[in-house]
Design a protein around this ligand. Structure first.
Ligand code: PEP
Length: 248
């Protein structure tokens, strides 16, 4: 179907100059599968530096942004600023933004809309908590979160990667099983086919996120509806290269 595998490293609030140099040197050494798109999600303060030292083949993402170009929004950064330092992606709707910082579907949608209109590509995160999964609400939650994004994305689905992250698997060391991932990705594609179009459903890339490691990446990558990963803890380690190369 021609969906290019895309692996995003979400460093979260980790790294200093020394560690960043080590991570980037490790990526440069690779070797990284040239058929895989690689993006690193960097703390805002290091975006310009990282952009200046990574090869152009590696995309650089901010981990958040605000919903307007500039103004009295102390502590925020805008898509225009992210672009100005050469980065071209932003991660939005991450579960930590939703839970720790109270971001709701409508705010996330506003951010997605502004990021896209500013020329950024978006990794849009969705996913259920453990309580929601145990209550049998996984699909309901994931569909609701995706539905909220539809007006924001409009016809710009080529600028968006959907990141399905089980909140209960993020940072816990407990990954979802390949079957659990495949089930959600397949029903999400089905939902997109009904609610957006068959074309978008076939073309949009859906990543899995939640404790992916070098040891688990290959079997997760074998799921037919998984087109990549968003990786937290392991993106700071040399095994990130193995995750990028999981489809080899
Ligand atoms: C994340 O924070 O997006 C993530 C998937 O983290 P981890 O891989 O550490 O679970």
């Amino acid at each position: 179907m021609g969906r290019k595998f895309v692996v995003v490293g979400n460093w979260k609030m980790n790294g200093d100059m020394k560690q960043i140099n080590e991570i980037v040197n490790n990526l440069k050494k690779g070797p990284l599968d040239p058929n895989v798109e690689v993006v690193i999600g960097v703390p805002a303060i290091y975006l310009a530096y990282v952009k200046s030292i990574v090869p152009d083949t590696i995309g650089v993402a901010a981990q958040n942004c605000w919903k307007v170009p500039k103004g009295a929004f102390t502590g925020e950064i805008s898509p225009a600023m992210i672009k100005d330092v050469g980065a071209d992606w932003v991660i939005l709707g991450h579960s930590k933004r939703r839970t720790l910082f109270g971001e709701k579907d409508d705010l996330i949608a506003q951010k997605v809309a502004h990021a896209i209109e500013s020329g950024l590509k978006v990794i849009a995160c969705i996913g259920e908590t453990l309580d929601e999964r145990e209550a049998g609400k996984t699909e309901e939650v994931v569909f609701r979160q995706t539905k909220a994004l539809l007006p924001a994305i409009g016809s710009n689905w080529d600028k968006v990667v959907l990141a399905y992250e089980c909140v209960w698997a993020i940072g816990t060391g407990k990954s979802a099983t390949p079957q659990q991932v495949q089930d959600v990705h397949a029903s999400l594609r089905n939902w997109l086919s009904t609610n957006v179009s068959a074309d978008v459903a076939a073309k949009v890339r859906i990543q899995y996120g939640g404790s992916v490691t070098g040891a688990t990446a290959k079997e997760l990558a074998a799921c037919p509806d998984t087109d990549g990963f968003i990786v937290g803890a392991a993106s700071l380690k040399p095994e990130f290269v193995d995750i990028v190369n999981a489809t080899q």
